[in-house]
Design a protein around this ligand. Structure first.
Ligand SMILES: Cc1cc2nc3c(=O)[nH]c(=O)nc-3n(C[C@H](O)[C@H](O)[C@H](O)COP(=O)(O)OP(=O)(O)OC[C@H]3O[C@@H](n4cnc5c(N)ncnc54)[C@H](O)[C@@H]3O)c2cc1C
Length: 322
């Protein structure tokens, strides 16, 4: 297989190539894209390397919050980031291996493809890979499948740990396109499958992710990431929880609870958040939040254990915070 390769020097250069070639794909760390190309899942005509765009900085604007460049590596270990947004650094550290984290970028992590085995093996039908082909996964082994927001067309989950932390932190994804710069809340950035599971995010084919922005939210400092997986390290989340809590006068004033490994997008559980607000962060409130987080869960065949795991990771994360 052959393709063109360009190391873009400006965002405008990357945008120009994307606009002129429908088969062009951006590459950052290449840790996901290279495996998809190798396995024949995608076949780019032009690889546009974004590592030279100068998008790897971390800025702390005067007005509060932080802006993290899309090319910042997943190995980032900034003490100020660790203090202000512990859940973010914990989520990053729980992912992959040190070698992969050194290559992997923020933008690439959010845009990585599902690890659903049926998507990754071309011999199986997959609506994400080939719209209209059918979903082998829906008839197959359900132990890794979505328990929230799935559709008959797709039951895959999003694999990113980072995305779950960003969801709990009310982050915004900043994109640059040929006509406009957009700021898309993480909650809207990722899409549920519906009838078009091949469209996984709001990012347009001709846009580049340039940064993520985190507000100076009152709950951010007291936040935690707990990940349950099949091996102790070097494994994707079976179920994970990012929790953040703001307390005043001994009661919870605001909370964020996001789940990973359970849906095609990081899954915010407002029911679990509401179970905490106005209460002391004690055992009863934590148990109620764990139960509330399972509301509406619809596990696939063999996936019932995920519902119990949701309850337990939420309880564990909140207990560790408390
Ligand atoms: C063995 C292994 C274990 C792993 N375990 C975990 C884990 O536990 N948790 C976890 O979260 N992840 C895990 N990962 C996934 C890993 O974190 C991702 O592969 C990585 O974050 C992708 O980043 P990248 O920069 O290498 O992206 P690339 O592979 O370069 O790109 C991925 C996708 O993003 C697009 N893209 C990249 N940058 C931009 C941009 N700036 N704007 C728009 N589009 C862009 C590319 O076009 C491509 O479609 C694992 C990966 C491996 C191989």
């Amino acid at each position: 297989m052959s393709f063109h390769y360009t190391r873009a020097r400006h965002v405008s250069e990357a945008l120009r190539i994307l606009a002129g070639d429908e088969g062009a794909r951006l590459v950052a760390g290449g840790t996901d894209l290279s495996t998809l190309v190798r396995d024949g899942i995608v076949a780019p005509t032009h690889l546009v390397d974004v590592n030279g765009l100068g998008l790897d900085g971390i800025e702390w604007p005067r007005g509060g919050g932080v802006r993290i460049g899309a090319l910042c590596r997943n190995a980032v270990d900034d003490p100020r980031l660790r203090r202000a947004y512990p859940v973010l650094v914990e989520a990053l550290r729980s992912g992959a291996s040190p070698q992969i984290r050194n290559r992997a970028s923020f933008g690439g992590n959010l845009l990585q493809q599902t690890r659903c085995a049926y998507f990754r093996l071309p011999e199986f039908a997959c609506n994400r890979r080939a719209p209209g082909a059918g979903c082998s996964a829906a008839r197959g082994d359900g132990h890794l499948q979505a328990v929230f927001g799935a559709s008959p067309h797709c039951v895959a989950v999003h694999p990113s740990d980072l995305a779950v932390a960003l969801q709990a932190l009310d982050a915004v994804v900043v994109t640059e396109g040929p006509r406009e710069r957009r700021r898309i809340p993480v909650d809207r950035f990722f899409r549920l499958p519906g009838a078009t599971p091949h469209i996984t995010t709001e990012l347009r084919r001709d846009e580049v992710v340039t940064a993520v922005e985190l507000p100076d939210a009152p709950f951010a400092r007291r936040s935690r990431y707990v990940k349950f997986r099949e091996r102790a390290s070097y494994a994707f989340a079976l179920v994970s929880a990012a929790v953040a809590v703001e307390e005043r006068g001994g009661t919870v004033r605001s909370a964020r609870i996001a789940l990973g490994g359970v849906a095609a997008k990081p899954w915010r559980s407002t029911a679990a958040e509401q179970a905490l607000v106005g209460r002391r962060l004690d055992e009863a409130a934590i148990a109620a939040a764990g139960d509330a987080a399972t509301a509406g869960a619809r596990p696939g065949r063999g996936g019932g254990h995920k519902v119990e795991l949701v309850r337990r990771v939420v309880r564990q994360a909140l207990t560790e915070l408390g």
